[in-house]
Structure formats: C-alpha cells, structure tokens
Design a protein around this ligand. Structure first.
Ligand code: UDP
Ligand code: MG
Length: 342
C-alpha cells in the first residue's frame, strides 16, 4: 500500500496479521471510544492504569476520539505521551457514533484478547482481572453482565428490558440481556468479527452472532465518572431500531401473514354483502363502515411501506459500501504504521 493514511478496515487479512506479529507480545488490548469526554479522560487513566499494571501482562489501550468538539483529543494525546507505548490514539475525522468508533479501535488493536470499555468508568476496571481469569480458563468470550443497574434511570432499565425481550423473540441470534459492549474477546473472536462487512454496526448483535465459547461475570454498573450520557432517548430508539432491522427480517415477513388474514376476512365480508344485496336489495347507508375500512386499510398500508422503507434504507447504506469510519490522525502507532507503509 502507498504512504497515504489507510483505513484499517480495508487492510487485507495478511497485512493485519503482519501487524500482529509486530505487536511485541501484547496480550491485552483495551479499546475505548471517547466522545466529548474531556472531564472523564484523566479519571479514566488514573483508575485503569494501576489495575492493568497489577495484572502483570503486556497491554495497550487503544483510544478512539470520535470527533469530540471539546479538548478530549489533546488530552488523549497527552496521555499517550505520559504512558508511552501503552496508550495509542486514533482520531476520527468526525463523529461516527460509538459503534463505528469501537470498530476503529478493534481494527487497530493487536492484543491476543480485546476488551471494549466505556470511557466514563461505568464499566468498572476492577472487573478486568476476573475477565482475564475466565479467559485463561479457556473461554473465548467472557461477558460482563450488569447484575445491578440501579445507577441507570428507572426508564432506561425498563426500556432496555423490553428491548432485549423483543429482539430475542424475533432475532435469530441470542443477544444476552444486560451485557453491554464490556466483555473480553479472544483474538479468534475478533478475527471472526472482522469478517462481518456490514456498515450497520450493531456490535452487541455482531458479537453474539459470531458465537464461541462464552462465560459470564457479574458486575455492578457504576455512575458516570464525569460528563453526561451521549445517548438521549431518540438516539437510543434509533439504536434499538438498528438492532432489530439488522438482526431480524420478521417485521418484513409479518406483512404477508397479515395480508392473508385480511384477505380472508375481506372475502367473507364480500360474500356477506353480496348476499345481503341480492336478498334485501340495495342498502345505501354505510358511511361509517366505509370510512373506517378506508382509514384502517390505508394506515396498515403506510405502516407496511414504512417498514419496507426501514429495510430499503439500510440496503441503500450497505450497497454504497462506504468506509465505516475515516481516520484523521494516529498517535502511538507510528512504528507499526511505518512498517506497513514501507
Ligand atoms: N461514545 C462515542 N461516540 C458517540 C457516543 C458515545 O464514542 O457518538 C462513547 C462515549 O464517549 C462513552 C461510550 O461511548 O465512552 C458510552 O457512551 P455513554 O456513556 O454516553 O452511554 P451510556 O453509558 O449513557 O449508555
Ligand atoms: Mg456511560
């Protein structure tokens, strides 16, 4: 490849494993998305670095700045100087969303195992030794399950509960409830993940789709260390919709059955009306029933069209085949980047 900045997701498999050979035996990669987290950055490193050092294995922290508009990037750059060789920073060209940021981080991670973790310390770093212990026992995926979500609002817990119930009813893969992106994944799992080319990155679903031997560890979800949540309800709703449309075609298929049911009812009703007209003559009044039928059937039509639209819109995005993210700059990965560019 040329010397132009490259998009890691476009690296060939060989190039990627090349970089892994240059990984100097890094065992664990933490991958962290940051979006407007300037207050959380120092707290994050202060708490995570001692935990990681105590583990006594080689590790890296791959930080992705997802187009923050505050000082997050310069603070990450400073952290990469302070923790040289450990903290690597990837600066995206704009805000691509958490899922894309995670994808970028995972693409750049070289460890034998990868742990996505939130920057706001809601996923407590103290759980990491447990994850590693279960990994050492031979598990490929170790899920961190939120045993206690009392730090989330009542509304968020409720809606999350409904979402998991619904998506698991209709999707083909089992998406574990109360497991976020916080988990450990072996390199095998990451390699499998990277063969999923979709633009719509519903990571929880993709992690679940690849499968592998899975263990779980419980933890208590903490309060945000600083700053505010980036997921307001409208964004969460769209995220849920993304998950449902990406992992199930049931909403599309349901319309054929509904159509059949309505067609049968319509046929019966037609016979009734014809018979009534033949026997009792023309019966003109019927304004109410006509209006009701008209409104109901056109509403059903529109809902059906809307659902087809949700899928078509996603097909459109996939077909365009644009990169999932664009990198503006990288810090702390230079040795590897130079080797690759040579
Ligand atoms: N995040 C991101 N890009 C976004 C939104 C969020 O990288 O567009 C990151 C954010 O910085 C944090 C993580 O995703 O590290 C989880 O976000 P947040 O804590 O706001 O979500 P919540 O925990 O409230 O669901
Ligand atoms: Mg959070």
């Amino acid at each position: 490849i040329g010397s132009a900045p490259f998009n890691a997701s476009e690296l060939s498999f060989l190039e990627r494993s090349d970089r892994r050979n240059d990984a100097h035996g890094i065992e664990l990669s933490l991958v962290v998305p940051f979006y407007n987290e300037e207050d959380a950055v120092p707290l994050f490193f202060d708490r995570i670095v001692p935990v990681m050092n105590a583990l006594g294995l080689r590790y890296e922290i791959v930080c992705v700045n997802d187009g923050s508009r505050d000082k997050t990037f310069s603070m990450l750059a400073a952290a990469s100087l302070r923790h040289r060789g450990i903290v690597r920073v990837i600066d995206l060209s704009r805000n691509f969303g958490k899922e894309a940021a995670l994808t970028a981080a995972i693409d750049h991670a070289v460890g034998r195992a990868v742990i996505p973790i939130d920057a706001d310390l809601q996923d407590p770093p103290e759980v990491i030794p447990d994850l590693v212990a279960r990994w050492r026992e031979g598990n490929d995926v170790v899920l961190a399950i939120r045993a206690d979500r009392s730090s989330d609002s009542w509304m968020k817990r409720k809606t999350a509960g409904w979402f998991y119930r619904f998506i698991n009813k209709i999707s083909d893969v089992d998406i574990p409830a109360n497991a976020g992106d916080f988990r450990l994944m072996d390199r095998k799992v990451i390699d499998a993940m990277q063969r999923l080319p979709e633009r719509a990155r519903f990571m929880k679903g993709m992690f679940a789709w690849v499968g592998f031997k899975t263990a779980t560890v419980g933890y208590t979800r903490e309060k945000r260390s600083a700053g505010t949540t980036k997921f307001r309800y409208w964004r969460l709703w769209n995220f849920a919709l993304e998950g449902i449309v990406s992992f199930s075609s049931l909403p599309l298929r349901v319309w054929s059955y509904l159509g059949f049911a309505i067609a049968i009812a319509a046929a019966v009703y037609t016979l009734v009306i014809v018979a009534k007209t033949l026997i009792f003559g023309v019966d003109v009044p019927g304004y109410a029933s006509i209006i009701v039928l008209l409104l109901v059937s056109s509403a059903l039509n529109m809902i059906g069209l809307g659902i087809i639209g949700e899928y078509v819109a996603r097909v459109f995005v996939e077909v365009k085949n644009r990169p999932i993210y664009v990198v503006r700059e990288r810090i702390g990965l230079d040795d590897q980047a130079l080797r690759l560019a040579a």
